[in-house]
Design a protein around this ligand. Structure first.
Ligand code: PEP
Ligand code: CO
Length: 446
């Protein structure tokens, strides 16, 4: 076995990384990125790993959520704030019901590159490269715009840096103060049944805070009541970009991806000889592994052995995404194989990616009830096997979009066109994200 380096993935099977026509321009862009400051600090990644390890023991719960694909066009402060605050609201719901801390991880500040089922797209007899995410090419269907353009990597870095900067301000600067728990309820959510249900939890939290203040605790001096830890994550797909941001921590001498705190390996790049598995085997960040119907559990054991040879808890989160009709067929076998081999993993349900359908208008959508079904089913399966669901992975936004059908407002196929803004897969809107949270948290409470 040859030695791992941040570029050793080049000797493995590379899939879903675009070919650039102008190789020189790519090299130049990557050289620049190599000199840019890291986006995250190794110590933060270690703390996240410790928190995920406590979730493996059932003492915490992971919420990982955000856009399927971040875009340059939808980049603005309000949309970052709204995603951040829905995740805070969801956390309040899960903590209130489950009585454990919630680990908050955004699919944000770096979620730009997308694997596609086809390399090409044909519209009106014209065939062009598919859209691979804003860090690679544009969603606009023209020859020039669809050509992978290395300068987009620089823009993705810069957008990630400013997004993370704002998130850090929100997390530490007062916005996330628990006393503001009521104010996280947004205008368009407030009047809805979920908004009202949320208000009840928020009022309860405020009563607890009144109580602890009354017994003499000075709330403003308690850090964890005034701020939150919020982490970032994305699929480590564009390995040239990831390598350029891979750094050695000066304190521990260990290597980290510094593009975000946690990264994951997608369902299409998760196989033994994969370049993506090789890359992830050398970094010390927590790693997610997507598990879909094509996964052979025995192959997964080999992948885990490579990425986490010391079986460190918190290192590996298995983000399974089978679909509501397949979860019963595949999840039990996966759990058995993991248990038999004594692997310490966090079980995370992604009810989005196995439940994508085409609506009557041709738009990709997901029905709320399918998502809920898959996660509910998974909770039962894991429990029957003596394991537990440790987190959820959602494509969601704080915006009032119409991309997924169903939910309490019974969004229909006809409603989708009204506010369908996603650059890739359909996201839950704020109401749907809260509704799903209430449902899942109540099941887990039992
Ligand atoms: C995603 O998370 O956006 C994604 C592409 O998922 P998967 O790799 O599970 O299909
Ligand atoms: Co997606």
């Amino acid at each position: 076995m040859s030695k791992w380096t941040k570029n050793s993935w080049e000797n493995f099977t590379v899939k879903h990384i675009p070919e650039y026509k102008d190789k020189d321009a790519l090299k130049k862009a990557l050289k620049k990125i190599e000199k840019f400051p890291p986006l995250v600090f190794a110590g933060e990644c270690n703390i996240l790993k410790e928190k995920l390890a406590s979730a493996v023991e059932g003492k915490a719960f992971l919420i990982q959520g955000g856009d399927c694909a971040e875009s340059f066009k939808e980049f603005n402060a309000n949309s970052i704030r709204d995603t951040f605050r829905v995740i805070l609201q969801m956390s309040a719901i899960f903590t209130a019901k489950m009585k454990v801390p919630v680990i908050k991880v955004g699919r944000i500040a770096g979620q730009f590159a997308k694997p596609r089922s086809s390399d090409f797209e044909t519209v009106n007899d014209k065939t062009l490269p598919s859209y691979f995410g804003d860090s690679i090419n544009s969603i606009e269907f023209s020859e020039q715009k669809r050509e992978p353009n290395p300068s987009r990597l620089l823009r993705a870095y810069s957008q990630s840096a400013s997004t993370l900067n704002l998130i850090r301000s929100f997390a530490q600067g007062g916005f996330a103060n628990l006393r503001k728990v009521n104010s996280w309820n947004m205008g368009f959510v407030k009047a809805t049944p979920e908004g009202k249900k949320y208000e009840k939890i928020a009022n309860q939290i405020n009563e607890y805070l009144d109580f602890i203040e009354a017994i003499g605790v000075n709330i403003s001096s308690v850090d964890y009541l005034n701020s939150v830890d919020f982490y970032t994550s994305h699929e480590a797909l564009h390995l040239p970009f990831e390598s350029a941001l891979t750094r050695t921590d000066s304190i521990s001498g260990k290597t980290f991806a510094t593009s975000s705190h946690m990264v994951w390996i997608g369902d299409r790049t998760r196989f033994v000889d994969s370049a993506h598995v090789e890359y992830c085997s050398g970094i010390n960040n927590p790693i997610g592994i997507k598990c879909g119907p094509s996964l052979d559990p025995k192959e997964l054991i080999k992948i885990i052995d490579k990425i986490n040879p010391d079986n460190e808890p918190g290192k590996i989160s298995l983000i399974f995404r089978y679909g509501k009709n397949k979860v019963r067929k595949y999840l039990p076998g996966l759990i058995d194989e993991i248990t038999k081999n004594g692997k310490k993993v966090l079980w995370v349900s992604d009810p989005m990616h196995g439940n994508t359908i085409k609506s009557s208008s041709g738009l990709k959508t997901r029905d709320f009830s399918s998502l809920l079904n898959e996660t509910s089913e998974a909770i039962k399966i894991l429990k029957d096997k003596g394991c537990h669901l440790g987190g959820i992975h959602l494509e969601m936004t704080g915006q009032n979009v119409t991309e997924c059908t169903g939910g309490i407002y019974k969004l229909s196929d006809e409603d989708l066109n009204s506010r369908y803004h996603t650059h890739c897969d359909p996201r839950l809107n704020a109401n749907q994200a809260l509704e799903l949270s209430f449902n899942i948290a109540e099941e887990l409470q039992g």
